[in-house]
Each structure stands twice: as C-alpha cells, then as structure tokens.
Design a protein around this ligand. Structure first.
Ligand SMILES: Nc1ncnc2c1ncn2[C@@H]1O[C@H](COP(=O)(O)OP(=O)(O)OP(=O)(O)O)[C@@H](O)[C@H]1O
Length: 304
C-alpha cells in the first residue's frame, strides 16, 4: 500500500469536511475519487500530500507521516490551486523542478509527451489556462514518482487536450505508476481506472471497481413514450430522477426497474416503446449521492 487514510476527520471552523474517512491506495492501481462540489475530495488529497493535518485518525504516505519531506520524495502532485511562476519560461520551470530529483525525465521528452515543445521558450505567465494545467501535470511527473495525486487535472482543458492528458496518464500507469485522481468527468475516470471511491458529505459512500459501484446502486434507465407530463414520474418511490427527451420520451432513473414497469402497467399509464437499460456510472453516482432527486437537467449534465 502506498498511501492510506484511517478514520480521518477534518473540520474547518467547526464544520466537518471529512467524517471518519478510510481509504487505501494500493501500488499499481488508478483510483478515481468522485464526489459533488464540497464533498471533501480536495481536503482528503491535501491530507495525503501532507499539506494539511487531520483532526483525528491517521494518514500515511509510503508508510510515513506525509508531513515528513522524506515521505513525499516519491510523490508527484498537482494541488487544485497551484499556479506556475509567471516570469519563468516553460523550459526553465521544468529544469527547476527536475533539479530536485535524482533521475528526472529528460526535459525534451517531457515537453514532447505533454505537447509543450512549441511553447518551451514562453514565459509561464503568458500561457493559456489549459497550457498551464498541462505544464503542472508534466511537473508532477518529472521526478518519475511512484505515486501521482492530481486534483481535477483536466479542469479548463478542451476535449483534445483532455484526451491527450488521459492518454499520458494511462501510459504512466502502464509503466507501473500509481494514480489517485479527482475529476468531475466521470467518463474519464471510467476509462482510466479500475477503482472508484465516491465521497459525499465528507464520507466514503462507495468504494470498489466501476462494476461494483454500479451494481451496488443498481440503477436502471426505464424509457418509454407517453403523453403524460414527465414530472408525474418523479414521485415514484424508486425513482432517482426523471428526464424528458424529444418525441415524448420520458426516462426514469429507477432503483428498481421491475417495480417501475409493474407500476406503469398497474396504474394504466398509457406508454409505448418501453426500454430498460443499465445506467451509466454517472447516473449510478448521482443516485448514490442523492443529487438526482432534483431537477431533470442534473441527470443529463456531463459535468457534475
Ligand atoms: N480552507 C478552508 N477553509 C474553510 N472551509 C474549507 C476550506 N477548504 C475546504 N473547506 C470546506 O470543506 C468542505 C470540503 O471541501 P473540499 O474542497 O475538500 O471539497 P471538494 O470535494 O474538493 O470540492 P470541489 O469539487 O468543489 O473542489 C466544503 O464545505 C468546503 O467549503
């Protein structure tokens, strides 16, 4: 195990951000940490990186207290709020960070892998938000860390840059690296990781493979065509959200699709074109964190 939190509690001004959180990060895995805004993801990462200390419980990094510099030697990280030095050039910044490590990735290779070669001579302050983000992730990897912890690495990147970044992180993992990453883009986490932990209100509400998390909530999409108003179906006891599509198609995100179908028939609901599908990870996640009981748009949003 490379890092762990055990029964960790952390409050800010008396308001709990984490309440008894336990999480192990095992060698070689990619763990996606998911959760709505304010769930406690950044707080947990900051504890694991030694930026903050827990009020109760213990945090370990490579078997040590993450506050010890020696514990962080094999850690690569990009906290959410980090910025690059505005007057240094990209290549100078890479060289500066690389100088802290015994066997850094050669600068030209790192810049090439992250698509930064053409801006090597630019001052960091003149980079776009997306270029800065890419540079920060490159810097997290320059020291060939055994564990990389990234807080929302793809925020502000366009689709192509996001894909490139995940490809690069996938390569890091195939090379034997361990990755802990938060993201609001569930599809990305799904593609990258074998394991997902879901945080909500400072507690781990699910932890397992993508399939396990999905089966734990076993949410299905029950779609059918009807002239009745979609809002009518929000009150179904097993409903975790309703969306209305074109052509009078209503989709109920159901925790028990059999019960939903039985109810439609029993209540003589006029419907046609019934389809039942397993929900996406995103929908399962929404159901877990009870967000989906709200307006229908929430179910459709790609970004949580
Ligand atoms: N420095 C701080 N001072 C006071 N409260 C804080 C501080 N940092 C976080 N919090 C609070 O702790 C809770 C958890 O915040 P945290 O940033 O860990 O969540 P998060 O899951 O990372 O959210 P996001 O996805 O928005 O980054 C929130 O209620 C937040 O307002």
């Amino acid at each position: 195990m490379l890092a762990a939190a055990r029964g960790v509690t952390k409050s800010y001004a008396g308001k709990p951000a984490l309440s008894g959180v336990s999480l192990d990060i095992r060698a070689g895995e990619a763990l996606g940490l998911l959760g709505p805004n304010g769930a406690g993801k950044s707080t947990l990462l900051n504890l694991l990186c030694g930026i903050r200390t827990p009020d109760a419980g213990t945090v370990e990094l490579f078997g040590r207290n993450p506050r010890e510099p020696a514990a962080r030697r094999q850690l690569g990280t990009t906290p959410q709020a980090t910025s690059v030095p505005p007057t240094l050039r990209v290549r100078e910044t890479v060289d500066f960070v690389a100088a802290h490590y015994e066997h850094p990735v050669p600068r030209t290779r790192l810049l090439r892998e992250f698509g930064l070669t053409h801006i090597a001579d630019k001052q960091c302050g003149g980079l776009s938000g997306g270029q800065q983000r890419r540079l920060l992730v490159a810097l997290a990897l320059v020291g060939r860390p055994r564990l990389v912890i990234l807080d929302e690495p793809t925020t502000g990147l366009d689709v192509e840059a996001r894909e490139n970044l995940w490809e690069r992180l996938g390569q890091y993992r195939r090379d034997g690296g361990t990755l802990l990453v938060t993201s609001h883009y569930l599809e990305e986490i799904q593609a990258l990781s074998g394991r997902v932990a879901v945080l909500n209100n400072g507690e781990v509400v699910a932890d397992g493979t993508v399939d396990q998390v999905r089966s734990r909530v076993s949410v299905s999409r029950v779609s059918f065509r009807t002239h009745l108003p979609p809002s009518l179906f929000e009150s179904l006891p097993e409903s975790a959200g309703v969306t209305a599509g074109g052509d009078n198609v209503v989709t109920v995100l159901s925790r028990d699709s059999d019960a939903t179908v039985r109810r439609l028939v029993r209540d003589n609901i006029p419907f046609s074109g019934l389809e039942v599908h397993t929900a996406s990870l995103e929908e399962a996640f929404l159901s877990l964190t009870h967000l989906s009981a709200g307006p229908e748009t929430r179910v459709r949003e790609e970004k949580l």
